[in-house]
Write a protein that binds this ligand. Structure first.
Ligand code: SAM
Ligand code: SF4
Length: 454
């Protein structure tokens, strides 16, 4: 009988990818994914440590899981409870001290060893937070189930940039790029199992420099060109990028590689030169503006997105106004904004000029208001246009499918399930605050849809 595996994923797409790979490594032991922790043989919390209260949220969830585990044990069954990801990495043994009913604690670089841990845990609790990143990618099996029309593929992990607010260099370790051959093999398997769109992932994806097939280091731009040759791969994206690693070769790829979608997430964090310097971003606000100009010159229709942090220590009203000015200058299609949160062990966390929470909250509201206006304006521009939409999943309403436009907008369309996985021409009828709705464009104007069916 198959064993039930429930994974709760916190945080970014890299964790979503890691959770899928955890399912792959556990499949040979008979574990199959389920949607609920109730009655599961194994529960994994795949955690994220980027922003506030991450650890507290995990401990609360562990408190909720405890009675489920006890109920299993009283019924003569068992539940292996595991905490993985960046909170596990940061907390280590502390997890078992505060929640002794946890069986396994493992860091982001250790999940390929989950089968051994599952066997080992029959004898004793396991804490594995080592950093041998190469071993992980070398040891992962092939994917055990199709990933769907749009899939993630991690090509790079960790970061050496040490922005003063960020835990990534401490929880994910130093920068590591997977070899090109491994990435091409994984991409080919994904396409063969029905994936049309791949998003290349990395904490700092455009710093990618993997071993190439010719024995030389390969840049992200070069990798994108090699992936673009895969027959059946219709769309490529990559995230998350650092402005300093956005070189001419990569900008040219946006002009020249058809399958590279016109969307770029390029976090700037702040529009103030003073704050950028204190964040250790190593570029100015004008450097970023010029970079955006060059990207737009190469690909005029590109949709731009960013991350912003408000209330970094010492941020003044004038600094914040510079951020608003940068947002007005660039005009984003979308963006994420966060209140600065003190991450233990990072340099900015120890500063004594922390910004009060109410000031952060007011700034965040103002910034999000401006970003929302820009997103709505961008979405409105697409009304009455016909866009290619990759239909990825069912919508909330019966008979509705949801997909992504080339610009990453979510698009809702009335369509039967048989259209799942197709790239369809959709005429956009309305722009909602965070998505679009549309209907199929007239017969004959859509792509050869049967070619895209999965
Ligand atoms: N590597 C990307 C870059 O250089 O911009 C960012 C990746 S980081 C994992 C994702 C986002 O989380 C950051 O862009 C930043 O906006 C946000 N973030 C990271 N640390 C934060 C903190 N201490 N407080 C608030 N937001 C934070
Ligand atoms: Fe964190 Fe990105 Fe800075 Fe690296 S470059 S330290 S991942 S914010």
């Amino acid at each position: 009988m198959p064993k039930k595996l429930f994974i709760k994923t916190y945080g970014c797409q890299m964790n979503v990818y890691d959770s899928a790979r955890m399912t792959d490594v556990l499949a040979p032991l008979g574990y199959e994914p389920v949607e609920q922790p109730d009655g599961a043989d194994m529960v994994i919390l795949n955690t994220c440590h980027i922003r506030e209260k991450a650890a507290e949220k995990v401990y609360s969830e562990l408190g909720r899981l405890r009675p489920l585990k006890l109920a299993r044990e009283e019924a003569g069954d068992s539940m292996i409870l595991a905490v993985g990801g960046c909170v596990a990495q940061a907390e280590g043994e502390e997890v078992r001290r505060r929640a002794p009913w946890v069986d396994v604690v493992f860091g982001p670089q250790a999940y390929h060893r989950l089968p051994d841990m599952v066997i080992e845990v029959q004898r004793r609790a396991v804490v594995d937070t080592g950093f041998p990143v190469e071993t992980k990618f070398d040891s992962l099996p092939g994917e055990s189930s199709p990933r769907g029309p749009a899939a993630f593929l991690t090509i790079q992990e960790g970061c050496d940039k040490f922005c003063t607010f960020c835990v990534v260099p401490y929880t994910r370790g130093m920068e590591y790029s997977r070899p090109v051959a491994d990435i091409l093999a994984e991409a080919r398997r994904l396409v063969a199992s029905g994936t049309s769109e791949i998003t290349l992932l990395g904490q700092n994806v455009n710093a990618y420099h993997g071993d190439g097939q010719n024995g030389q280091l390969t840049s992200l731009a070069r990798l994108i060109r090699e992936l673009a040759e895969i027959d059946g791969l219709k769309r490529l994206r990559y995230t998350t990028s650092h402005p300093r690693d956005m070189d001419n070769e990569l900008i040219s790829a946006h002009a020249e590689v058809d399958v590279l979608m016109p969307y770029l997430h390029l976090p700037v964090q702040s529009g103030s030169d003073q704050i950028l310097a204190e964040m250790n971003r190593r570029h100015s606000a004008d450097d970023y503006r010029h970079l955006i100009d060059r990207i737009r010159a190469a690909r005029p229709d590109i949709a731009l997105s960013s991350d912003f942090i408000v209330g970094f220590p010492g941020e003044t009203d004038a600094d914040f106004k510079s951020t608003l000015k940068l947002v007005r200058d660039v005009e984003y299609a979308s963006a994420y904004s966060f209140r600065y949160s003190q991450r233990p062990g990072t340099p900015a966390a120890d500063r004594d000029d922390q910004v009060p929470e109410d000031v952060k909250a007011a700034r965040l509201t103002e910034l999000q208001g401006l970003i929302d206006q820009q997103s709505r304006a961008f979405n409105l521009l697409t009304v009455d246009q016909t866009l290619d939409v990759l239909l990825e999943r069912r919508g909330r309403h019966a008979g509705q499918l949801v997909g992504r436009s080339p610009f990453m907008q979510a698009v809702h369309v009335d369509a039967p399930d048989s259209y799942l996985g197709r790239i369809a021409s959709v005429r956009i009828d309305a722009a909602l605050p965070n998505s679009l709705s549309g209907s199929f464009a007239e017969e004959g104007s859509s792509e050869d849809q049967s070619a895209h069916a999965v």
